[in-house]
Design a protein around this ligand. Structure first.
Ligand code: UDP
Ligand code: MG
Length: 313
């Protein structure tokens, strides 16, 4: 019988754990595969780990990994995949915004061999703040313009993947992880399932606007080098403007003479140009800092305790 590993990254979700487990077990009761749950505690400060332990003592299929601190959801998903023994791997949130009832359908699609991955995307952003949806849409438009890797708007991390695909993802062991890009970058045939956005079951979202903003910068820097070209384009543009300016000033001096005015416009121009220069240095810095972090080769996560081992399937 095939094994499906279900990876669930959790951060301060003590209330959601039992609710999720109940809903998932009910949805997966009749599936013709063995199930392995891999709960990843991302350095929670509440009782999340104890909830895992309770489940694990009652159900042998429950495995858990607990991080030494909060490493982020990306690290949680990566750790889960590293520890997954299954022939198929599911990644999902614990808050039931990813409906477990979809898993049997996803499993059928991938098991048939036609697809390597069954992924989900939400068709709307109901229940999300207007401003947030607006920025999200802008982000997807921008990144798809400047990146060769397609980042699907509304795509969730909720997906079922074949072992082959999971192994390819594990080979991308970069420190700065942007999974929405990584899933797409490795290729493989993906079937997209659509569903309506749902409200969280219990607890509240762990993503502040600032966290999402940083995550979007991560996505752009990880999957596009176009911003690096911005400085070159600005350089060429400003050189052309400067050249026209020089010709204008010289001609004016020759015809009318005494052109020592215009200091206010001069200051504006100096401010503009130095602003653009700083912007370009900043962009360069974003890439450089990522390169710096990658070159340190720090581990993506550190396990404090767990009841399972890493696999090298
Ligand atoms: N999560 C995590 N580490 C973090 C933040 C979130 O493991 O630093 C988990 C969280 O427990 C949940 C999933 O990632 O299972 C999605 O988080 P959330 O529901 O808060 O995000 P949203 O659905 O609002 O985008
Ligand atoms: Mg959620």
């Amino acid at each position: 019988m095939s094994v499906i590993s279900i990876i669930v990254p959790c951060y301060n979700e003590e209330k959601a754990v039992p609710v999720f487990y109940k809903a998932a077990s009910a949805a997966l009761e009749n599936i013709d595969a063995d199930i392995e749950y891999i709960f990843v505690d991302d350095g929670s400060s509440d009782n999340t780990v104890n909830e895992f332990k309770k489940l694990a003592s009652a159900d042998k299929r429950v495995k858990y990994i607990s991080f030494s601190r909060n490493f982020g959801k990306e690290a949680g998903m990566y750790a889960g995949m590293k520890h997954a023994h299954g022939d198929y791997v599911v990644i999902m949130d614990i808050d039931l915004q990813d409906p477990p009832e979809l898993i049997p359908k996803m499993y059928d699609l991938v098991k048939s061999g036609e697809y390597d991955c069954a992924a989900t995307r939400r068709v709307n952003r109901v229940g999300e703040a207007k401003l947030r949806s607006f920025f999200a849409r802008c982000f997807y438009k921008l990144i798809n313009k400047i990146s060769d890797t397609e980042i699907v708007d509304g795509a969730r991390d909720f997906r079922l993947m074949s072992r082959k695909m999971v192994n390819s993802i594990l080979e991308l062991s970069e420190y700065n992880r942007f999974s929405k890009g990584i899933f797409s970058w490795v290729g493989f045939k993906t079937k997209w399932l659509k569903y309506e956005n749902r409200e969280r079951s219990v607890g509240e979202t762990k993503w502040s606007f600032w966290k999402l903003f940083k995550y979007s910068i991560e996505g752009i820097v990880s999957f596009s080098t176009v911003p690096l070209a911005v400085s070159s384009v600005c350089g060429v543009l400003f050189s052309i403007i400067a050249l026209i300016g020089i010709i204008f000033v010289v001609v004016r001096q020759l015809i009318w003479g005494g052109s020592a005015y215009g200091w206010a416009s001069l200051i504006c121009i100096i401010l503009l140009v130095s602003g653009v220069q700083l912007l370009c240095i900043g962009i360069l810095g974003q890439y450089l800092s990522r390169t710096y972090m990658e070159s340190k080769r720090r581990p993506i996560f550190i396990v404090k305790e767990s009841n399972t081992e890493e696999t090298d399937r």
